[in-house]
Design a protein around this ligand. Sequence first.
Ligand SMILES: [Zn+2]
Ligand SMILES: [Zn+2]
Length: 138
Amino acid sequence: MSSLNIACHCGNVKIRLTGEPVVDLYCHCEDCQRITGAGCVPYSIYPQAAVEVTEGDTMRWALKSNQRTRCTHCGTYLFGMPEGMGIHGISAYLLPPGSFKPQMHIMCKDALVPVKDELPHFAGFPASFGGSDEKIAW
Ligand SMILES: [Zn+2]
Ligand SMILES: [Zn+2]
């Protein structure tokens, strides 16, 4: 199975991603906005078992319920762990250029700024992630 090795900004933390992402997406939820200071956050979603921190010191915390992991040294946001979903959302800023292939926007009901593009804009989560498939028209 293919694997991809990524690192934080300072190189202290190394992460191995095994196999292909389940989906690449932008999350517009309030939680992601607050912890990153961004309007929306690009994620590459992997099954929990496909993500392994192979080196370095990480710190973990939660704003509300979703656990977040950063590098202890440089503070780079590494991944989020949405509660009870068995997945890790890898910050797509860590990926090699060109490998992030977004397929959708999620949690658009919380969006600060509409992002108008040809991708589907789900109000919450799509049905494949336990949501309703309701979309927002921007
Ligand atoms: Zn670091
Ligand atoms: Zn989010």
